[in-house]
Design a protein around this ligand. Structure first.
Ligand code: SF4
Ligand code: MG
Length: 326
């Protein structure tokens, strides 16, 4: 198990002017060995913040991130170096993450030098073949502007893999690529998870690309986790109105396929204005009075969890109402 959570992981609170923004609120998930887990949500939902927290760019204000059972806040310098080798990130934009003055070989050599790895030439050759940039001798000598967008993203993936990490964090890795290239990069990622046994945390606004690669997903809305579970079950039977909206937005060619037709109206509210209730309430077609209270993430059976009053035990809600009349 690579990442784990103990009580309220990553409650990140940032100051913006004088206001306080809770960017990620008690999001919790586990990433096991050889898992591919997706995190879905619109831009501004806190996905990138979550990822930056995992690589130590931000510190959580509450909670703790555990890597292989150890809290990362207590890492020594040597632990951090080891962690940075084992946990690699693939960024969204392959056009800006490669140094235009370095050949592919020089780009791949840098991390090997930093981490004192042996057999550099051999590793570079192997990893280029692994990401299907073949013949590797030829690609090794090229500069980024001699490569297509897809080839650049393969180099970025090779750079992440060259240190033989245990975990890959991918932040919208195909969103800047054209559709036909997206499929081949998704195939590659999926194949890497299977063949190398590397774990993948895949962050995206696009449920269809995530479903292609990930066995499980976490759906985020305005910094909270609204639904989690196995990908196929969430797609076939989304429980949260927000997830239902996301899924009805995915084009599915089969006209007989019966799916929920929730449309999401409007846009996400400013995190600063969030009151105490359900964060999705102002866009939710199913909103009820009880939604003024924030729903908790509760068990919904078969490894699923959802945070929505529609899925609470109603007797319990009635009891609560009696206990606290409004
Ligand atoms: Fe909609 Fe209420 Fe569920 Fe929030 S808790 S998603 S407002 S039904
Ligand atoms: Mg982002």
């Amino acid at each position: 198990k690579h990442f784990g959570q103990r009580s309220g992981l990553t409650d990140l609170i940032f100051g913006r002017d004088k206001e306080i923004v809770k960017a990620v609120d008690g999001v919790s998930f586990d990433l096991q060995e050889e898992d591919a887990v997706g995190v879905i949500g619109e831009s501004g939902c806190g996905k990138s913040t979550l990822l930056h927290t995992l690589i130590g760019f931000h510190e959580p204000t509450k909670g703790e991130i555990y890597y292989e059972g150890e809290p990362i806040s207590e890492f020594s310098k040597a632990d951090w170096k080891e962690y940075r080798r084992n946990v690699q990130i693939i960024f969204q934009d392959p056009f800006n993450t490669l140094d235009p003055k370095l050949t592919v070989k020089e780009t791949l050599k840098e991390p090997l030098i930093v981490h004192n790895m042996e057999n550099k030439e051999e590793r570079i050759h192997d990893v280029l073949e692994r990401v299907e940039l073949s013949p590797s001798e030829q690609y090794a000598e090229q500069f980024p502007d001699q490569l297509s967008g897809g080839e650049k993203q393969r180099v970025a993936i090779a750079r992440a893999l060259v240190l033989e990490p245990k975990v890959l964090l991918a932040d919208e890795p195909v969103s800047m690529l054209d559709v036909s290239t997206q499929a081949s990069i998704l195939d590659l990622l999926s194949d890497l998870v299977d063949s190398l046994g590397v774990s993948l945390l895949y962050i995206s606004h696009d449920l269809s690309t995530v479903s292609y690669v990930c066995d499980a997903v976490n759906v985020m809305y305005l910094g909270t986790n609204v639904e989690t579970g196995p990908t196929t079950e969430i797609i076939e039977d989304p429980l949260h109105p927000y997830t239902q909206g996301l899924i009805s937005a995915i084009p599915i060619p089969d006209p007989d396929y019966d799916r929920p037709r929730t449309e999401i109206q409007g846009s996400a509210q400013d995190p600063v204005d969030i009151g105490g209730g359900c964060r999705f309430a102002d866009r939710c077609p199913e909103k009820m009075d009880i939604c003024e209270k924030a729903p908790e993430l509760v068990d919904a059976g078969s490894n699923r969890k959802v945070s929505c009053h529609l899925h609470y035990d109603h007797d319990e809600i009635d009891n609560n109402k009696d206990a606290h009349p409004t």
